[in-house]
Write a protein that binds this ligand. Structure first.
Ligand code: XUL
Ligand code: CO
Length: 436
């Protein structure tokens, strides 16, 4: 049987004048920005699930895509799917990929059989990865699709589901470790509730905290050096998810003593669902010291759903990479496209073109962000805005030993009478637009 992407040539950089839809106009992997190449800054990853598992269904209709490996319910079809997936990774030239256990192997009748199949697929991947294939950005477990998880994974009222999850996460962490995955992600798609009427919220949070502590202990036990990442999302599939947003996750980590062990994988679409901007979530993660990685897929602003679309806004990408660079750039993290086609985009070439456009938008955003930082275009005005705080007298107000009484007495003695200063928002928006 022929390969699915047969006839599609590897994508190359053609420069910004090119009108070839199958070429990069901005993403020049070896071009240096500062001391790193674009490829090292962006660390692109392609996700397995939306590209090779999702069949094009929506709440009102079923499969629209036809792929030669569907339904991938045998190991032979799972391997055919892997062959085509790695062809796509090679065509795009991405350095990383990501997968859930459920994406890559058909589920077995027992836990043990499922894990055996997962390990067989990991062997298959290992061979391809050793032969020039991409590396693993992160591995994860799908603990949300099967009906056993309908009432939660670690937060389930049934302790046997908690135990089932322990076995599943152990198997997925082992495989991620073996494939030298740089991160292990936990997205709590069912860790929340549909209605408080049947939910003991306090108990469920305790279960989730205990579970995450055991995940971290296991990481250290097996000597896994990658990062553990939580992926916040406020709702969908459940009405309310406990990992609502970055700030909520930070509070949860603090409560369970995990703020130095676990970071966040921030997804643009999830930020939008939470009523935030992507840059808000990234700046919060940076400020709290838990920035890890990003899922670079936007939402439609009108639908209110998690539409997982490829990024296409240069200014949104610029503001996102601005925050990524301000956080010091990626270490173990990267730019994962947790993005899917629209269900009318039927062809293999649609899959490639979608990633080409997404990678180009990110590269364009990165270039703008890098230039804004190099020129201190925002940092200069920002420093001036806070300059008053750099004086010894102002710093003393924040130091240990300062009291409300002392500061109040001093303010009254000096007769302080602060005069408002312009925030210059429009001028700064104009500055950003110059770089975009
Ligand atoms: C769901 C989502 C997941 C995670 C991995 O909204 O983003 O695909 O990225 O489980
Ligand atoms: Co995601």
């Amino acid at each position: 049987m022929g390969r699915y992407f047969e006839g599609i040539e590897p994508i190359t950089f053609a420069g910004s004048d090119s009108n070839d839809p199958m070429a990069f106009r901005h993403y020049d992997p070896s071009q240096k920005l500062g001391d790193k190449t674009m490829s090292d800054h962006l660390r692109f990853a392609v996700c397995y699930w939306h590209n090779f598992v999702w069949e094009g269904n929506d709440p009102f209709g079923g499969q629209t895509f036809e792929r030669p490996w569907f339904p991938a319910d045998t190991m032979a079809l799972a391997k055919q799917k892997a062959d085509d997936a790695f062809d796509m990774f090679r065509i795009l030239g991405v350095p990383y990929f990501c997968f859930h256990d459920h994406d890559v192997r058909p589920e077995g009748d027992t836990l043990k059989e499922s894990h055996k199949r997962l390990n067989e697929m990991a062997d298959y991947f290992a061979e391809k990865m050793a032969n020039g294939g991409p590396k693993l950005l992160w591995g994860t477990a799908n603990m949300f699709s099967n009906r056993r998880y309908m009432s939660g994974a670690s937060t389930n009222p049934d302790p046997d589901v908690f135990a089932y999850c322990a076995s599943t996460v152990r198997a997925c962490m082992d495989v991620t470790h073996r494939l030298e995955g740089e991160n292990y992600v936990l997205w709590g798609g069912r860790e929340g509730y549909e209605t408080l009427l049947n939910t003991n919220l306090g108990r469920e949070l305790q279960q989730m905290g205990r579970f995450l502590n055991m995940v971290v202990e296991y990481k250290h036990k097996i000597g896994y050096k990658g990062a553990i990442l939580i992926e916040p999302k406020p709702q969908e599939p459940t009405k309310h998810q406990y990992d609502f947003d970055v700030a909520t996750v930070y509070g949860f980590l603090k409560r369970f003593g995990l703020e130095n062990e676990v970071q966040v994988n921030v997804e643009q679409g999830h930020a939008i669902l939470a009523g935030h901007s992507f840059e808000h979530e990234l700046a919060t993660a940076h400020a709290l010291g838990i920035f890890g990685s990003i899922d670079m897929n936007r939402n439609d602003y009108q639908s209110g759903w998690d539409t997982d679309q490829f990024p296409n806004s240069p200014s949104e990408a610029a503001l996102a990479y601005y925050e990524v660079l301000m956080a010091g750039g990626f270490t173990t993290g990267g730019t994962n496209f947790d993005a899917k086609l629209r269900r009318q985009s039927l062809d293999g070439s649609d899959l490639i073109a979608a990633h080409v456009g997404g990678m180009d938008i990110c590269a364009r955003g990165l270039k703008s962000a890098h230039a804004m930082i190099a020129d201190r275009a925002l940092e200069g005005p920002r420093d001036l805005r806070y300059a008053g705080w750099e004086t010894p007298a102002a710093q003393a107000m924040l130091a240990e030993g300062a009291t409300l009484d002392g500061i109040a007495d001093d303010a009254e003695a000096r007769g302080v009478n602060p005069q408002p200063v312009s925030g210059q928002q429009e001028k700064l928006e104009n500055v950003v637009n110059r770089y975009v």
